[in-house]
Design a binder for this molecule. Structure first.
Ligand SMILES: [Zn+2]
Length: 393
């Protein structure tokens, strides 16, 4: 099915079945019959994750966002932030089976599922996914690690599902001779330092990305370069005003779910990433997103352009240990013009030239910055990497 046709059908369904989505579409003057692709929804303001609680609170539990009668659901979850999440009746409702299969999980594998099963859906999300592949699940949740380690040994469990930080604790506590050989991790960043530590225990570690509201959004194929988008969602990478950015640029991951139970349209996850331009050597046609690049509300608009902490981190990483500490500050000069300044504490052995730092910042942000070398201890340890000091009164 072409994405356009799937999307048109989905928008028509949302219009017919979800009063809250119909109200959004009507307010944006979008006619479901005229939808041909994601560009047809550009007038629809992004609905951000932090709006979900307030929308639902207008008419508990789902605020008119459900696309099917409440009585037809399989389960109802209550996540932090007082957000209700529905589970429809499809066997792998959140579609994470695709991610597990790409991570090498198969029928007969015994799998330790270290997500919680209480109130919020993570435990059930991965339980359903593993069962859909024919895996045998140990519903472990979080905690009682000694018993979990014993269960892994006794059952010969080969698969782990959970947070990467939790996996490391489990492996360290298990003393390095557990039968685990593969892991699907999510819900936390996986820096390459942590990945290397996990792989040193003999595990293949794959990442996936999704939310309780949307199900699977993207997952890693065996090449593990970026994450392929799942066929159950249409993804845009957008600037803070909801306009798609150019291919390869950083922005918020905005998702339209092709799910009849919970037809979320242009749902802003609050997570930052970028599309990857190059095709993947695995041959999957689905586009990929790069790794997680931070939270969208850390973005600051300077002189009409968006600057992300991640871009500055990338620039400063070029100087490695030459820089002891740094902070970028946005304020206004005496003419009320936006000003980006980067404060740099050089390391003891001598830091980089201010000019070189300015060049690096320009390369990643495409913006000129005033670089100020300051004495050690000037920047407070808890300072935000990118601080907006402008006042708008
Ligand atoms: Zn691939």
């Amino acid at each position: 099915m072409a994405p356009g046709a799937g999307l048109r059908e989905q928008v028509a369904h949302a219009w017919a079945a979800s009063p809250a989505q119909r109200a959004r579409l009507a307010a944006a003057a979008i006619d479901p019959a005229e939808v041909t692709g994601p560009e047809s929804l550009m007038a629809l303001p992004v609905m951000r994750k932090d709006q979900l609680g307030p929308v639902q609170s207008r008419e508990r539990p789902f605020g008119g966002l459900l696309g099917e009668p409440l009585g037809s659901l399989a389960r109802i979850f209550l996540s932090p932030g007082e957000i209700y999440d529905p589970q429809g009746t499809a066997p792998d409702y959140w579609r994470f089976g695709t991610a597990l299969a790409a991570a090498g999980f198969q029928a007969g594998d015994v799998v330790l599922n270290c997500f919680n099963y209480h109130l919020s859906p993570a435990g059930f999300i991965f339980d359903a996914a593993a069962r859909s592949l024919g895996c045998v699940v140990i519903p472990a949740g979080v905690g009682q690690m000694d018993m979990q380690i014993q269960a892994v040994r006794d059952t010969g469990a080969t698969g782990f599902i959970g947070l990467p930080s939790y996996l490391l604790s489990l492996l360290e506590k298990g003393g390095g001779n557990l039968p685990l050989t593969k892991a699907l991790v999510t819900a936390e960043p996986l820096p390459s330092s942590l990945r290397s530590k996990l792989e040193a225990f003999g595990l293949q570690v794959s990442e996936s990305y999704g939310t309780a509201d949307l199900g699977l959004v993207a997952y890693q194929c065996p090449h593990r370069e970026g994450l392929h988008f799942d066929a159950g969602v249409i993804v845009e990478i957008c600037d803070p005003e909801g306009h798609p950015v150019a291919m390869g640029e950083v922005g918020e991951v905005v998702v339209t779910a092709l799910d009849r139970t919970y037809p979320l349209l242009r749902f802003g996850t609050g997570d930052l990433s970028a599309m990857m331009v190059e095709p993947c050597p695995c041959g999957r046609p689905a586009l990929r997103m790069a790794r997680w690049m931070g939270r969208a509300n850390d973005v600051v608009k300077v002189r009409g352009m968006f600057v992300y902490p991640r871009q500055l981190e990338e620039a400063m990483a070029r100087f490695g240990p030459q820089v002891a500490h740094w902070q970028a500050v946005v304020d206004q000069d005496e003419h009320h013009r936006d000003r980006l300044r980067v404060l740099v504490e050089p390391a003891n052995g001598g830091g980089p030239a201010a000019e070189a730092v300015g060049e690096a910042v320009r390369a990643t942000t495409r913006m000129s910055a005033e670089v100020i070398l300051v004495a050690g201890g000037t920047i407070p340890a808890e300072a935000r990497r990118l601080e907006d000091r402008r006042r708008w009164e």
